[in-house]
Design a protein around this ligand. Structure first.
Ligand code: ADE
Length: 227
């Protein structure tokens, strides 16, 4: 059974395009992952399919109501088991490669995209099992963050990448930044490709790439220290 990723969203259109091209589409076509987007409105209350309301205690900004979200999550849970129910939020655990690796070999996951002031906190307390942030800034909603999470996870699912796109050589996979890459032409605007890459000497090229990788990693560490 392929891994199943269900994403609950009030604006499904925001998610469709990022997840239906290139490697994401190929992963689904190959049957290695099933990505399903659920429109939360379908679980909205009353004739207007309401999903948000004013917050108790007053204050600006609407809150996503517990009932539509709970009904939606319950309906999904009735169909299959989930290893994680993830809420995308700027105050969640910061996404990194280690977390993506872990999720790529997990069971099914459900992802909840927040909007407005967030979701009724009782869901966070009783239903959500993991909270993830993609960075220390605030987006208008969780959809773009969910797309980033799903992309970084799905490409790591065994069989999704072939040799030429192998994740083994990605930056961060072994805590190293990837080495620089070049393609034709050999010279452009007076800027030339490092000669060693044209030498045909596999061992030297491998060594050079390792050195470059280390250099870039050290430089980034020093740059970060300067922040
Ligand atoms: N929703 C709004 N901002 C977010 C962020 N930075 N990460 C995850 N979800 C979010």
């Amino acid at each position: 059974m392929p891994m199943r990723i269900d994403i609950i969203s009030a604006i499904p259109e925001l998610l469709r395009s990022p997840l239906s091209h290139s490697i994401m589409q190929r992963a689904q076509d190959k049957g290695l992952v099933e990505i399903n987007i659920i429109n939360l409105r379908e679980y909205g209350l009353g004739p207007h399919r309401q999903i948000d309301d004013y917050q108790y205690g007053g204050g600006a900004g609407m809150v996503m109501m517990i009932e539509p979200l709970f009904k939606c999550i319950d309906a999904l849970k009735a169909e299959r088991e989930y290893e994680h129910i993830i809420y995308m939020t700027p105050d969640g655990d910061l996404l990194n490669q280690a977390l993506s690796n872990r999720l790529s070999i997990s069971g099914n996951i459900m992802i909840l995209c927040g909007h407005y002031k967030g979701i009724d906190d009782r869901l966070r307390e009783h239903v959500i099992t993991m909270e993830v942030s993609i960075g220390e800034y605030v987006l208008s909603g969780g959809e773009l963050a969910a797309a980033v999470l799903v992309d970084s996870v799905a490409r790591l699912i065994p069989g999704v990448l072939n040799d030429s796109t192998s994740a083994l050589f990605d930056s961060f996979q072994d805590d190293l930044i990837a080495p620089p890459v070049y393609t034709r032409p050999e010279e452009f605007n007076g800027w030339s490709v490092p000669k060693i890459l044209l030498s045909g000497h596999d061992k030297n090229i491998l060594d050079w790439r390792s050195e470059q990788s280390l250099e870039r990693t050290m430089k980034r560490k020093n740059d970060l220290k300067g922040d």
